[in-house]
Every structure is written in structure tokens, then in C-alpha cells.
Design a protein around this ligand. Structure first.
Ligand SMILES: O=C(O)C(=O)CO
Length: 261
């Protein structure tokens, strides 16, 4: 059975963020992930992880002005210095939280931007980040995201991610495979995860449509969990979904282990 991490950005929204670590532990999780730690003091977050025996599975590199709609700056030529500063900030937090993988949200392509210039900027930034993180034994991930939720996002499919990784030419750059996003963009989930398993460092889940808990949509999660076990996936699966009701009700699938049958 895979290792599940609670995504504290999406789950337990009925309580303040800092209280969600205890709730994740109480719900049976051994790990947590969330978008960004940067609004909190490192010591406070570390204290929560240690107090509840949780692993910090993942967080993201700084991704620009999130409230203003930015979803990453790695493709933006004029933001390279900011991107590189963000890499060091993300490492500082990752080392304080014993987190060994960081995701880079690549960004939304500006209207009329030259895609070749965006790609060139992205490759250069990822090459820098992957080598800098490698020195700290931290993996760098990139996540293809569906264009319905984030129109214009620059990385949208698994093949595109594989080609990007080849262009960066780093052995420290991997795929964050979000089942929900890839169901929308390409389907063929089981075969794709099997074919690219060596390049997939992290998986996230939600059902589709609606991005709610498994069992609320079209994705056959009982099959996928057995498939991931069978093909030897040993990473974490981040539960990144909007619970239909409260989080604990939304987690019934996880608590009941109904998918082990
Ligand atoms: O939006 C998502 O799916 C993410 O995982 C952001 O990191």
C-alpha cells in the first residue's frame, strides 16, 4: 500500500494552518506536504513536525506573487535573479524541515511571449536549481498541470516533462505526477506511470471532476493503488484534494482502507 501524505494546503481547511499537523497525524498520516512554508518561522514548522512525528514530504520553490495569480516564475526571463534567490530560500527551509524534494511550478506563459525564450529561460533555471539542490541531496521536481485549472500554465503533459528533463540534462530533475491533472490532460494513467516510473519522484491524487477525494469521480483509485504497488512505486502520494464535506469525512476512504481489498 502506498505511503500517503496529507496536503495541508487543501485538507483541514476548517482549522488554522498550524493546527493541521496534529489533525493529519490524528487522521493516520505519516507525512505532510503543502504549497509554501515561507509565511511561517522554520522553527515553528519543525516543532509541529517533531511533535507529531511527521515527515515533511514536499514543498514548492517560491512561485512569485500567488495572490496576484502568479503560478511560478521559472519561465520568465526578467525574473531569473528572483528565481535563483528562491532556490536558496527553499533549500533553507527544506534543510530545517528535513525535506528531501522540492517542486518547481514553472509559471503561466505571458500573452505574446516567445515560447522559445520561455523554454530557454526555464531550462537554464532548472539546470541551476537541480545542480544547487543536488549539493544538498534534495531532489528537484516539475509538475505538469492541467490547463483548465491554470490556463496558460507552461507545462501540461508527461511527454513534455520528459523532454524538458532531457533538455536540462540533469540527473536530479524528476516528475511530480498529479493523477488528477493528468487525467484531465492525457488519461492513460496506469501505462504512463509504469513507463516513466524511474522519472516519477512524487505522485499526487484527487478525483475528477471536482478535485475531491478518491471515490467521488471517474478515476479507478483501487486499481491504481494496486497497480502502483505492482510496478514498484515506493514514493509518497500526496492527498491534494478538496474534501466534499469536512476533511475527516473526506478522508473516509483513507481511514477505512477500503482500497486495500
Ligand atoms: O496545483 C497543484 O496541483 C500543485 O501541486 C501545486 O504545487
Amino acid at each position: 500500500m502506498p505511503k500517503f501524505a496529507a496536503n495541508l494546503t487543501m485538507l483541514f481547511n476548517e482549522m488554522p494552518f498550524i493546527d493541521r499537523f496534529a489533525a493529519a497525524k490524528a487522521a493516520g498520516f505519516a507525512g505532510v506536504e503543502y504549497l509554501f512554508p515561507y509565511d511561517f518561522d522554520k522553527a515553528l514548522l519543525r516543532e509541529q513536525l517533531e511533535a507529531h512525528g511527521l515527515t515533511q514530504v514536499l514543498h514548492n520553490l517560491p512561485a512569485g506573487n500567488w495572490a496576484a495569480g502568479e503560478r511560478g516564475i521559472a519561465i520568465l526571463p526578467e525574473r531569473t535573479a528572483e528565481f535563483r534567490d528562491g532556490v536558496f530560500r527553499a533549500i533553507d527551509y527544506a534543510k530545517a524541515l528535513d525535506c528531501d524534494q522540492l517542486n518547481c511550478l514553472v509559471g503561466i506563459a505571458p500573452v505574446d511571449a516567445d515560447p522559445h525564450e520561455l523554454q530557454e529561460t526555464l531550462v537554464g533555471n532548472l539546470r541551476f536549481a537541480a545542480s544547487t539542490l543536488a549539493r544538498e541531496n534534495i531532489k528537484l521536481l516539475v509538475e505538469p498541470i492541467n490547463t483548465l485549472d491554470i490556463p496558460g500554465f507552461f507545462l501540461n503533459g508527461t511527454e513534455q516533462a520528459v523532454q524538458l528533463i532531457a533538455e536540462v540534462r540533469s540527473n536530479n530533475l524528476f516528475i511530480q505526477y498529479d493523477i488528477y491533472h493528468m487525467q484531465i490532460m492525457e488519461g492513460d494513467l496506469a501505462r504512463t506511470m509504469q513507463e516513466y516510473l524511474p522519472q516519477i519522484a512524487h505522485i499526487q491524487l484527487a478525483d475528477n471532476p471536482g478535485r475531491h477525494e478518491p471515490g467521488t469521480g471517474e478515476i479507478n483509485y483501487p486499481f491504481l493503488f494496486r497497480h502502483l504497488d505492482a510496478i514498484g512505486y515506493r514514493g509518497w502520494i500526496g492527498c491534494e484534494y478538496k474534501p466534499r464535506t469536512t476533511t475527516l469525512e473526506g478522508l473516509s476512504w483513507h481511514a477505512a482502507r477500503t482500497f486495500e481489498t
